[in-house]
Design a protein around this ligand. Structure first.
Ligand code: SAM
Length: 867
């Protein structure tokens, strides 16, 4: 962590620095842990975490945010760490027994689920130069980890790719079930740091002390370099780089300890004056001409354009080019009088001899090779340029859409850089860097000839200038075009509206639909598609990822004092299996948890969907609370002055209004509206129901949903965007809801069936009717039996009687018998008994009486009102 690597200038304040500032993290390195956790999900399920080398506390903040409440978090560093809620910190050197004792006294007989280590020696204000190198520090942290980790626990450490790297990995492999090295996108590409995530701690009863002893684990580097006998040493590699540049190195020893730069430069003067020019050629990427003296050399005839081009990027040169450079060096040395004439002659003679020795065929082959390399480089450049334009276009679309938590989705984000692949496959890294138009980093490794010559970078800079010159003009042109396009689009919309009533209906539907749609999880992809990025794909990609986080958020956290239940490894495994075979697409099968949950009184009498609503509402509240917490971020922590010189570690000053900027009020209103809507109507979409069910069945967690809900589109500002663009986005950009197609289909079917069901009162009435019919039938049958048993009736009479009874019994429910109203007038006045010609029910009314009764009713009503 030397001074040379300290990031200064613009590069230092990159997007993670800004994001950290926005989100109140003390250091940009917080995002490294966020991204690591996104990939390996170890924080959500952890109850106890020890962060070694934790100052200023970025990782602690992340741990405190992602770990369940009531979990124990301990942070140690040489320098004091400002307080963080729920976190205990103390200042100690992690290599000492005092530190060990302090941790022990803090966590008592508990075991840690995670031990984090992001330490780098020679950093921080209180750090005194120590004998420990980075690798040794890692080994020291491992020592603490093996002491405090629970079986199955996770150890996350930062390492640098040095000669010790492989040895460290070997040791990790002896102690952990799974060891993976990864470079989160927030870790700067220029830094050789990587993170090793060691999972499934084996907790062996006896650990060979040699595993944790630097003397045994690491080679004696100094001895190796001094002897120079090791074929893997840099010196040997340097020679091989020059004399057999096309050959792949068999043995690589990574970076020299303390030298973690990928890109190295040497001045032309160093090369010319160096006693070992071959070593210079073999080790550096570029020869620069910056000093006045060197600039003069550039003007000399012997410094041909070819030589200049070769100096730009030594990593793409062939043997012939190196020879050329050595010849140029000799000539220049003569020119500037570094070599005496006699020696010059000798040198020339030697050179000639060499040339003579090389037979013609060899020369032709060399030349051909060179031409081939040049041609290949040209094609590659063109291809890359095309790709670059494409990437830039995409990036432009995405640039302002970066959301704070999408960082975890880095693996599919082309603009962010390296993804899941092996971080040592630097091909991707380089490409990303180039795509970003960043510094011209060229790998020391010459395995993959993907290197881009500096020529190209210079050329691109020129292009940029051109672009800048005509920027204004282009802007005007673009805005003209945009205005034109907007106009045309509006006209098109109008036309559609006039022509197509369906269009209007669709529009209205869309507006309504948006409100009830669960807007949590979004990603660039449609959940229904099978394309990469869909939920199914995500799930598939996760594979057998540890899913133990399920228990974290929803389960009641245990109090620290209580003895914790620790799932056995086998148990965990079987749980995992169970989870893997649980099918979401069988909602009826439901988990036991959901059955218990839905058996509550609250859901009584309501089938299916109703029961899930409550849960969803509850969850929604949780979600809101969680976001409010996130939102709140009330604790204001000042910058820690302990600035680190770690390449990727930046202390971020905080601002009071940070969080206010993050959320806009409109969104909150929308949330409120959604909440109200759900309260009023319940969950109305299959998606939301399905998500609720997943939550209840513990197939997902609130945190997962929240995290998934944040992506680079989450906080998109729509202001100023043309309507055609927004419409198009609306059409094609669908939220990626974490439910399978099958689950949605099943739920939709169910919902349709429910929709087709009559309302409760009608159903009850129908039931009553059915019951009465059954009772009638039973009664009729009983009577029929009685009739059958009587002996004073002939068989015929019996049959007649029974038939009559049965007809009555099976008759439809009492059709309301019509009552005829007969006005007693004329002949009927004062008639007693049934008037003539009137069949069925009747009621006799008097015309006068009817009038009077109605008038009385009217009066009564009027009086009532007056009172
Ligand atoms: C890169 S910073 C850690 C940043 C931290 N992870 C965060 O997110 O804020 C490295 C830290 O390691 C600490 N460190 C280095 N050697 C140490 C040691 N022997 N004991 C304790 N801390 C040490 C330094 O003081 C420094 O604060």
């Amino acid at each position: 962590m030397g001074k040379a690597q300290k990031k200064t200038g613009k590069g230092r304040l990159d997007k993670y620095y800004k994001l950290a500032k926005e989100q109140g993290y003390r250091a940009r390195s917080a995002f490294k842990l966020i991204q690591l956790n996104k990939k390996y999900t170890f924080l959500e399920s952890a109850r106890c975490c020890i962060d070694l080398c934790a100052a200023p506390g970025g990782w602690l903040q992340v741990a405190s945010k992602y770990m369940p409440t009531n979990s124990v978090i301990v942070g140690v560093d040489l320098v004091p760490i400002k307080p963080i809620p729920r976190v205990v910190t103390f200042a100690a050197d992690i290599t000492t027994t005092q530190c060990r004792n302090l941790i022990r006294s803090e966590i008592k007989d508990w075991k840690a689920d995670i031990v984090l280590h992001d330490g780098a020696p020679n950093v921080g204000t209180a750090w005194v130069q120590d004998a420990y190198s980075q690798s040794e520090l890692v080994l020291m942290s491992l020592k603490l980890a093996v002491e405090f980790l629970v079986k199955g626990g996770t150890f996350v450490t930062k390492v640098f790719r040095s000669v010790d790297y492989n040895n460290l990995i070997w040791v990790f492999n002896q102690l952990f079930g799974k060891v993976e090295a990864t470079k989160p996108p927030s870790s700067r590409n220029v830094s050789a740091e990587i993170f090793v995530v060691c999972r499934d701690f084996l907790a062996p009863k006896h650990i060979d002390p040699k595993f944790l002893d630097p003397k045994h684990v690491f080679k004696d580097l100094s001895a190796t370099i001094a002897s120079g006998t090791d074929k893997g040493t840099s010196a040997n590699n340097a020679q091989a780089n020059v004399f057999q540049p096309e050959k792949k190195r068999r043995k690589r020893d990574g970076y020299d300890d303390g030298d973690y730069l990928l890109f190295k430069k040497a001045s032309a003067a160093d090369f010319i004056r160096s006693a070992d020019p071959i070593a210079v050629l073999g080790l550096v990427n570029k020869i620069t001409f910056e000093l006045p003296e060197e600039k003069e050399w550039l003007q000399l005839d012997i410094t041909t354009p070819e030589v200049q081009a070769s100096c730009e990027d030594l990593k793409v040169l062939g043997k012939g080019d190196f020879k050329n450079l050595l010849r140029w060096r000799t000539a220049l040395r003569q020119e500037i009088g570094l070599d005496v004439k006699a020696k010059d002659t000798q040198d020339v003679t030697e050179t000639v001899e060499i040339t003579d020795e090389a037979d013609e065929e060899q020369q032709i082959r060399n030349e051909l090779e060179r031409l081939n390399v040049e041609a290949a480089a040209r094609t590659k450049r063109e291809r890359r340029r095309a790709n670059e334009i494409k990437t830039k276009t995409i990036q432009r679309m995405q640039l302002q859409m970066t959301a704070p938590l999408d960082i975890g989705l880095e693996q599919i984000d082309a603009s962010l850089g390296i993804g899941q692949e092996d971080m040592f496959d630097l091909t991707g890294t380089e490409k990303q860097l180039r795509n970003k138009g960043g510094i011209g980093i060229i790998r020391v490794d010459d395995d993959t000839p993907e290197d881009e010559d500096e020529d190209e970078i210079v050329a691109r800079d020129d292009e940029k200038d051109e672009v800048l010159d005509s920027e204004e003009e282009r802007d005007q042109k673009a805005s003209r075009l945009e205005a034109e396009m907007d106009g045309l689009y509006d006209a098109y919309q109008e036309k559609l509206k006039e022509r197509d009533s369906k269009f209007q209906a669709r529009e209205a539907r869309q507006k309504n639909g948006m409100l009830e749609e669960w807007g949590g999880i979004q990603d660039g992809d449609n959940s229904e598609s099978d394309e990469e990025g869909g939920w199914d794909q995500m799930e598939a990609a996760k594979g057998d990822k540890d899913d133990s986080s399920d228990e974290s958020d929803d389960g009641k956290p245990e109090t620290p004092g209580r003895k914790r239940r620790r799932p056995q490894t086998t148990e965990m495994k079987s749980n995992k299996k169970v989870k893997l075979v649980t099918k979401l697409e069988e909602p009826t099968a439901g988990g036991r948890a959901s059955q218990v949950w839905f058996s509550q009184d609250l859901f009584g009498g309501v089938e299916g969907l109703d029961d899930i609503e409550g849960e969803e509402e509850g969850e929604d509240e949780d979600v809101d609370m969680a976001s409010a917490q996130h939102d709140g971020g009330e604790e204001e922590w000042q910058d820690d002055p302990a600035a680190s010189s770690d390449g990727d570690f930046e202390v971020v000053p905080q601002r009071d209004d940070d969080d206010i900027e993050m959320w806009d009020a409109e969104d909150e209103n929308q949330d409120e509206a959604k909440k109200e809507h759900i309260k009023k109507y319940g969950l109305t979409t299959a998606e939301s129901v399905s998500i609720a069910q997943r939550l209840v069945n513990r197939q997902t967690t609130k945190t997962h949903l929240l995290n998934d809900g944040f992506n680079r589109y989450s906080l998109n500002a729509k202001d100023g965007l043309p309507s055609w663009f927004l419409d198009d986005e609306g059409k094609h950009y669908k939220p990626n809801i974490p439910v399978t197609k099958e689950a949605i289909a099943a739920l939709r079917m169910r919902q349709r069936a429910l929709d087709a069901r009559p309302i409760k009162k009608v159903a009850e009435a129908k039931g009553r009717k059915k019951l009465r019919a059954t009772q009638r039938l039973e009664k009729a049958m009983k009577k029929a039996e009685g009739v059958n048993e009587t002996s004073d009736m002939s068989e015929r009479e019996k049959a007649k009687q029974i038939e009559k009874l049965m007809r009555k019994g099976t008759a439809k429910a009492n059709q309301k018998k019509e009552t005829k109203v007969v006005v007693a007038k004329g002949a009927h006045k004062g008639v007693q008994g049934r008037p003539k010609g009137v069949k069925g029910r009747y009621v006799m009314v008097d015309a006068r009486m009817r009038k009077e009764t109605r008038a009385k009713k009217r009066r009564d009503k009027a009086n009532k009102k007056r009172r």
